[in-house]
Design a protein around this ligand. Structure first.
Ligand code: FNR
Length: 362
């Protein structure tokens, strides 16, 4: 048996997590009643990821307001009924020894679209007559192919920040261990950060300080609501892969500000705000962005994107390229990926579920 960096516990504020193989947020699009309330699938899905040895699991993008969902089948946390339905999921995940976070999200101009499967035109705008909604954004500039959003006014902006805080409060009350603010992938907070989608001339547009104002307002509002105990994570897109977009230098500056505002860790992704950007996708292609952020800011950083083998994940953490590795699609293929990685890396972990022990050592 050997010790491996990937399986060292990590501490975030008061929260100790058993390892550094985590599951990033991934939309499941299974809320058929379109009321944002988790269903049996979510209990099974998140429970199995926890049983499979992940340290931290982040629940998929969850709307802080109804119009903050991506598709009508997304989760929500804008009412107490939703909160109460999350509690058994948290309990099951905790019983498997994992920690559960939730990605609090507002889809902005990329909201109100048909889910990716089971519909005729996945990813296109759902009309209001079919259960869609008027989307909102920093400016009335449509994402190519989608309906035109309405520009938020100051009252609308303040309501967004208050909704993030109220959802975070419900997350605490449901037993979640941390929250992740969705500031990536071309959704509302990223739309504010990017000069490509933010054409405002008030105090929320123009300079980086102005474009980052809403994100920091959201983090401050959450912190004021949840108190000092709960870790706050933020997911960012560190580049848009085109000139003139929100880029790695601006990301580093924003992460420094986030650190000063009490955010505990950042999850570094890329893209999402530019349709068909030329993204050089390949194994670990986003790792250099996480490393740049971690080295420049000292803020705890996770990386994500085409990391699907135990040795690849181990190398990233062991050589200090990132503190945490988020593994998405490989965990969908194999919910026991973390236990399998422990076996591959010959690490003795204490959290192998009893029935799985018979299968663990060949
Ligand atoms: C995603 N991703 C994603 N990201 C996010 O921030 N919030 C979300 O809700 C979702 N939803 C989602 C659904 C599905 C089905 C997939 C495959 C992906 C992106 C995801 O978190 C991750 O960043 C990417 O999948 C890249 O990592 P992998 O899959 O290459 O390990």
């Amino acid at each position: 048996e050997v010790s491996r960096a990937l399986f060292e516990p990590i501490k975030l504020r008061g929260l100790e997590v058993r390892n550094r193989i985590w599951v990033p947020p991934m939309c499941q699009y299974v809320v058929d009643k379109q009321d944002g309330v988790p269903v049996a699938w979510h209990l099974m899905h998140y429970g199995s990821l926890a049983r499979g040895g992940a340290g931290g699991v982040v629940v998929e993008a969850t709307g802080v307001v109804p119009e903050g969902r991506i598709s009508p089948q997304d989760l929500g946390l804008w009412n107490d009924h939703q909160r109460d339905a999350f509690a058994p999921i948290v309990e099951l995940v905790h019983a498997q020894g994992a920690k559960l976070g939730i990605q609090l999200a507002h889809a902005g101009r990329k909201g109100s679209v048909y889910r990716e499967w089971g519909t005729e035109a996945p990813g296109t705008s759902v009309p209001v007559s079919e259960g869609g909604w008027q989307t909102v954004a920093p400016s009335a500039v449509a994402f190519p192919g989608l309906a035109e959003p309405a520009a938020l006014d100051q009252a609308g902006i303040d309501r967004v920040a208050a909704a993030f805080a109220a959802a975070a409060r419900r997350a605490v009350d449901a037993g979640f261990d941390f929250v992740q603010v969705h500031g990536a992938h071309g959704y509302l907070l990223h739309e504010f950060l990017s000069p490509l989608s933010n054409h405002r001339t008030d105090s929320y547009g123009g300079t980086l300080e102005n474009r980052a104002r809403l994100l920091l307002q959201v983090v401050d509002a959450i912190r004021a609501e949840v108190g000092q105990a709960m870790p706050i994570a933020v997911r960012l897109s560190a580049t848009e892969w085109v000139a003139g977009g929100f880029d790695i230098d601006e990301t580093v500056t924003v992460v420094r500000w986030l650190g000063q505002h009490g955010a505990d860790f950042v999850d570094i992704s890329t893209g999402g705000n530019v349709k068909q950007a030329p993204i050089p996708v390949g194994p670990g292609y986003q790792v250099p962005y996480a490393t740049a952020v971690k080295k420049a800011t000292g803020v705890t950083t996770s990386t994500v994107g085409m990391i699907d083998s135990a040795f690849q994940a181990e190398q990233i953490v062991a050589t200090g390229l990132a503190d945490i590795v988020m593994v998405g699609r490989e965990f969908l293929r194999d919910p026991s990926f973390a236990l399998r990685a422990a076996e591959t890396l010959q690490v003795a972990v204490g959290y192998i579920p009893a029935p799985y022990r018979r299968a663990y050592r060949r």
